[in-house]
Design a protein around this ligand. Structure first.
Ligand SMILES: Nc1ncnc2c1ncn2[C@@H]1O[C@H](COP(=O)(O)OP(=O)(O)OP(=O)(O)O)[C@@H](O)[C@H]1O
Length: 789
């Protein structure tokens, strides 16, 4: 059978000219160093015919032509001996090969079809195989992948695997004395082998390697390979990580499915970060499925977070999303709201039980009140409707009566008696009766109109109640999702400036639009957007539940970020007569602790440091000394720092709250970190020189380090660069996964500050996408005591 594939023309990383001119060099680091990536990659596709052959196309050795790296195999010979130089198979024209198409990253369809043939045409997805088998199969596929590119030629190609000391593996090929590796995560193309890698890992001939690795892998796993082969479990899978290479995964089910990966360094199964999981083919299929059903959703990480919450059930995920996105439903049918509400309630019940922490209770109470007021409004409405129909009926019958009377009156003036006659008219009403009836009809019409207006007003207010309730529901669900994902909550507060030429608009309490005179506009979305009139009380009320959770043993962190003069200190510290979050937080913590003295004993300690030019200064002592930071596990220790029992303080950065339960002896430890960051404007704008320039540079360095930490967390990178600045080292426990974090982005409303405002809002948007995971309580039980609740 002749199979048609399309191959993409692409030059090898060094260009052909270099290849021709260069002598075959020994396999040394220096020879590799000479290889330079070429800019001359072409991307035109060409049709090639490939015949299946009995011979394994991915033979470890292939023959090369001078100057071009091509593997010789049956397919190339049978396609008329055409020299398909430097080609990289990308797309299979034969749809049947697509049927066997693994969703694996960077894998060519041609390679897949070959792999499928070598397995006897199996259409079983790669995912369903045991890990040991997959590992060898994967290498075969990589070699097969390389084969079309390494078409006919005279030189030998030797395939190897490079095992980096960081655990990653790369398929390598040596041709003409030069070594290349297949970059199957990024460019998907052959790249020159980096010189420094020689000292960072080892090269293993591919056949030896596949055996060694698979056996060592099964040993590491602690499970026999034969055992893996016999059990086909579709919860097993793998993904390809840019740094770690192939990572084994397993979807474990306890009460809920939780996706793990096998960490070769620790030899343990660890929970899969959301960013990695998006590369898992099975999960990718689920996300694709949801995305197909809800094309406007757009955020794949969000989809996956909801999928996790829905126990990896795409249909449930779609249903939940539709319920969340209920505006259209509400406007379309009032009654549909009731149905949505009932099903939302039932689907939320397990989540509500699991999340029965303080922050949800007030919202539930609020919801109850809303429910009652809605019922009351509906009752009033039905009463009004009843009244209205009664009066309408009365008015209609009165109208009929009047018409009947008018008909019974004499039709013309001639026939009417000219003078009133004293004798009683045997038939028909008197003039008085008619006037009375007329008045009655008029008054009935009036009350009819009033009633109609009343009813319309009430319908409006019922609609408003329903809408409000819907918004409340959505916020409740959103908050629960946030709790589960552990997002950094971002609040945006513009400074009040009566003289400013405003460049801000607030379309809703979650959106802010920045516009300039030239008409450009940018919209940003946050957890809460205040307007310039927002009071210190309002700001504190919104953060209060998060702040006070540190009494229950949570680590909580509040940061204020923004350009100089945008109101960070005003928000965090505030003036004496209108205090900001810091003072209110301490007062509230003292109040909450005092309320619990019957059952718990609390100690509050405060420490205050200043980070200046990358040195940490203790501000609670008169000694001018610099402090060192130490990391113990996930906890930052600052030896010799001054800690004071809280009485009253005006500037606080870290408050340690530890509480001991008088009955169980359990000890909770929470830290509240309040951080007023330095101004974020660019150095060029400050026009600073000398010492001020050094200060500005240090501030810039630490703020960009904070931005890098957010980026690394957002992308679930393995290495998060906390150590790049003292600021990020100190904040590490708050951003490391088990804390609750809030970021205030403070902005100026003035149009002249437009660029800085946009930078600040972009910083906030990035931080908002960080998912820290669900916050954990730090509670230790006393040895021999009752277990903590
Ligand atoms: N919401 C607000 N309402 C009224 N005045 C405000 C508000 N926000 C800030 N201000 C005033 O604006 C000025 C600058 O604010 P603030 O010192 O808080 O800025 P900052 O961002 O902390 O600056 P820096 O980076 O220099 O510390 C102060 O005089 C402050 O009182």
């Amino acid at each position: 059978m002749v199979r048609t594939i399309f191959v993409k023309r692409t030059s090898f990383s060094d260009n052909a000219k270099d290849d021709k001119s260069s002598e075959p060099a020994p396999q040394t680091a220096s020879s590799t160093q000479r290889s330079r990536p070429s800019n001359s990659r072409r991307a035109d596709f060409q049709e090639v015919q490939v015949r299946p052959s009995g011979q394994d196309p991915a033979a470890t050795k292939a023959t090369l032509s001078t100057g071009n790296m091509s593997a010789r195999h049956d397919s190339s010979r049978e396609s008329g001996g055409s020299s398909h130089r430097n080609r990289y198979a990308r797309h299979a024209a034969d749809p049947s090969s697509g049927g066997n198409n693994s969703l694996q990253h960077g894998q060519s369809a041609a390679a897949t079809s070959r792999a499928g043939r070598s397995k006897g045409g199996s259409t079983r997805p790669d995912l369903q195989e045991g890990p040991g088998k997959k590992s060898r199969h994967d290498k075969e596929q990589k070699k097969a992948n390389a084969a079309p590119m390494l078409m006919s030629g005279d030189d030998d190609v030797v395939f190897e695997t490079f095992v980096h000391s960081n655990g990653r593996e790369f398929v390598c090929a040596v041709r003409g004395g030069r070594r290349y590796y297949l970059d199957d995560w990024h460019s998907h193309e052959w790249q020159p082998f980096p010189e420094r890698w020689y000292s960072e890992g080892r090269l293993v001939p591919m056949d030896d390697n596949s055996q060694t690795r698979s056996s060592s892998h099964s040993h590491q796993n602690g499970t026999g390979e034969s055992h893996r082969h016999s059990e086909r479990d579709d919860r097993e899978g793998y993904l390809k990580h840019p740094k770690r290479g192939r990572v084994e995964t397993y979807l474990m089910e306890e009460r809920h499915y939780v996706h793990f990966f096998f960490d070769r360094q620790t030899g343990k199964w660890l929970r899969l970060p959301i960013g990695w999981e998006l590369h898992h083919s099975l999960v990718k299929q689920m996300v694709d499925h949801v995305e197909e059903a809800l094309p406007h959703w757009g955020d794949r990480a969000d989809i996956l977070a909801l999928l996790r919450a829905c126990n990896y059930n795409p249909d449930e995920c779609i249903g939940t999303y539709l319920l969340l996105d209920g505006d259209a439903l509400l406007n379309a049918w009032k009654s549909a709201f009731v149905i949505a509400f009932v099903s939302l309630n039932s689907s939320l019940k397990p989540m509500l039980t699991a999340l029965s922490h303080g922050s949800i209770h007030p919202q539930q109470t609020e919801l109850e009140t809303e429910r009652k007021s809605r019922k009351e409004a509906e009752r009033q409405l039905s009463e009004l409707e009843e009244k209205y129909s009664k009066i309408s009926a009365e008015a209609t019958s009165a109208q009929h009566q009047m018409e009947a009377m008018q008909q019974s009156r004499p039709k013309t003036a001639h026939s009417r008696p000219k003078t009133p006659v004293a004798v009683a008219v045997p038939e028909g009403p008197t003039q008085q009766d008619l006037e009375q009836l007329n008045r009655k009809v008029k008054s009935l019409r009036k009350s009819h109109v009033h009633l109609k207006m009343d009813m319309l007003r009430n319908i409006g207010s019922v609609g408003a109640v329903i809408k409000e309730k819907e918004a409340l529901q959505r916020r409740l669900l959103y908050n629960q999702l946030q709790e589960l994902r552990g997002n950094i909550r971002v609040f945006c507060r513009p400074r009040r400036d009566d003289r400013a030429q405003m460049c801000l608009k607030f379309p809703s309490d979650q959106d802010v639009m920045v516009s300039t005179g030239d008409g450009s506009k940018k919209m940003f979305n946050f957890d809460k957007v205040y307007n310039t009139e927002a009071t210190q009380e309002q700001i504190f009320t919104d953060t209060q539940p998060i702040i006070t959770s540190c009494v229950d043993g949570y680590n909580v962190c509040l940061l204020a970020y923004g350009q100089t003069g945008s109101g960070k200190t005003f928000t965090m510290m505030g003036p004496d007569n209108n205090p900001g979050i810091n003072i209110r937080a301490i007062t509230e913590l003292l109040k909450v602790c005092a309320e619990r003295t019957e059952t718990k004993t609390y100690t509050l300690k405060v420490s205050m440091v200043e980070i200046y030019n990358e040195t940490v200064q203790d501000l609670l002592t008169s000694d001018a000394r610099t402090l060192e930071l130490q990391m113990v596990g996930n906890v930052v220790r600052i030896p010799n720092i001054t800690e004071m029992e809280v009485s009253r303080s005006h500037l606080v950065l870290m408050i340690n709250v530890s509480g001991e339960d008088k009955v169980t002896g359990a000890i909770s430890k929470g830290v509240l970190t309040l951080c007023d960051l330095a101004g974020s404007e660019r150095i060029s704008k400050t026009e600073a020189t000398g010492q001020r320039l050094v200060e500005a540079a240090a501030i810039n360095k630490s703020l960009s380090a904070l931005g890098q930490v957010f980026s690394a967390l957002r992308e679930s990178q393995l290495h998060v660069p906390y150590r790049n600045s003292k600021l990020t080292q100190i904040l590490r426990p708050c951003l490391g996964g088990d804390a609750k974090a809030c970021l205030f982005v403070n902005i100026s409303p003035d149009v002249t500050n437009y660029p800085e405002t946009c930078n600040t809002l972009e910083f906030g948007s990035n931080a908002r996408q960080v998912a820290l995971g669900q916050a954990k309580q730090n509670i230790q039980k006393r040895p021999g005591g009752f277990p903590p609740r």
